[in-house]
Design a protein around this ligand. Structure first.
Ligand SMILES: [Fe+2]
Length: 346
């Protein structure tokens, strides 16, 4: 078995490959690590056959959907998962064949309703059901402390004590533990009485993970993150630096249309001299009156440089091939001490 661990900010993903056939499975991939997974498969001479999420993640962005498109391989989750883009829904006890390897799914609800663990050879991938010295929380959507108790004490903890435990999160840099070690040392597992365990889980008072609504929205629906929207837009637009724009102004080049896509009050408070106002929210509907020559160079800017990137991508999709986004926004322009005008459009 070929085996790679990828750590990203406390999240763990695992690449498991069959040496005989070069087939591999990727467990809990994270959106920011896509290039790393592809690089690792190349390094190990592997071909990913399945993308598995052990559960609907609430604290990071799953890469399964994007990788599925990129690699044309199926996304695998438990059958209780709400996501609509799953190709293969497993039930507890079923096997995933990856070359000569067999991964057995164990349905382990509790952290979420769709949580599962996967056993292969000498190890078990426990998702957020069992962590090293901890367990997944049960206070996020579809969490259930009683179900977690049963999944642990009637399921995972009854596995061979020598099995190595590889969780979906690890914050202290430990590579793995074993079922036996967790039974003996994991503080949460010392509450062996069901009611005491539930009471403990319900009184952890944990803070909400960052981006929880965005993670659930994208992981449950297959929708895009804001960062994805921005990077996809940035990939299809050219940018102009603040200094370059300033030298265009100094040279009084009138072949460049300056388009401010903020709201009117922000524009009137201070804008780039000579700029025209066309708020982002009205862009598509007013573009035909405001920008009559699709061949003109158009420099688009906003306050921080993000909305202008989206607006420039929209303009280019509409045929304005000369649309360019300012690299930075009015905030950076002001702070750099470049010239400002105020009031209505001149
Ligand atoms: Fe989780």
């Amino acid at each position: 078995m070929l085996f790679e661990t990828v750590s990203a900010g406390g999240c763990r993903s695992y690449l498991i490959g069959c040496e005989k056939t070069c087939a591999a499975v990727l467990i809990d991939p994270e959106l920011s690590q896509i290039d790393r997974y592809i690089a690792l498969t190349a390094k190990d001479g592997l071909r990913i056959r399945y993308l598995v999420d052990t559960h609907t993640h609430a604290d990071h962005f799953s890469a399964t959907q994007q990788l599925a498109r990129q690699l044309a391989v199926p996304v695998v989750m438990h059958s209780a998962s709400p996501a609509p883009f799953i190709d293969l829904r497993l039930q507890g006890g079923e096997l995933l064949a990856v070359g000569a390897l067999r991964l057995q799914a164990l349905h382990t609800p509790g952290h979420t309703r769709d949580s599962m663990c996967l056993c292969v050879e000498d190890r078990v991938f426990t998702g957020d059901t069992l962590l090293i010295g901890g367990t997944g929380r049960t206070d996020l959507p579809s969490g259930d402390a009683g179900a977690l108790y049963e999944s642990l004490f009637e399921g995972v903890l009854k596995l061979d004590p020598s099995l190595k435990v590889f969780p979906a999160h690890e914050y202290k840099g430990r590579s793995h533990s074993t079922i036996g070690q967790e039974l003996a040392e994991n503080p949460r597992l010392q509450k062996k009485d069901r009611d005491a365990f539930i009471e403990m889980m319900q009184n952890l008072n944990l803070t909400m993970p960052a981006h929880v609504t965005e993670a659930l929205r994208t992981n449950m629906t297959g929708g895009k993150t804001v960062a994805q929207m921005l990077s996809e837009a940035a990939a299809i637009v050219p940018f102009m630096s603040l200094a370059e724009l300033n030298s265009c102004l100094e040279l009084r080049r009138n072949d460049l249309i300056l388009l401010d896509v903020r709201e009117r009050d922000a524009f009137e408070e201070g804008h780039v001299p000579g700029a025209r106002l066309l708020p982002r929210g009205q862009l598509e509907l007013r573009v035909n009156q405001e920008l009559t020559d699709p061949t003109k160079r158009i420099l688009v800017y906003c306050e921080f440089g993000r909305i202008s990137t989206l607006a420039t991508a929209t303009l280019r999709q509409m045929g304005f091939r000369g649309a360019v986004a300012l690299d930075g926004g009015m905030k950076a322009w002001r702070e750099a001490g470049y010239p400002l005008a105020s009031g209505k459009e001149s």
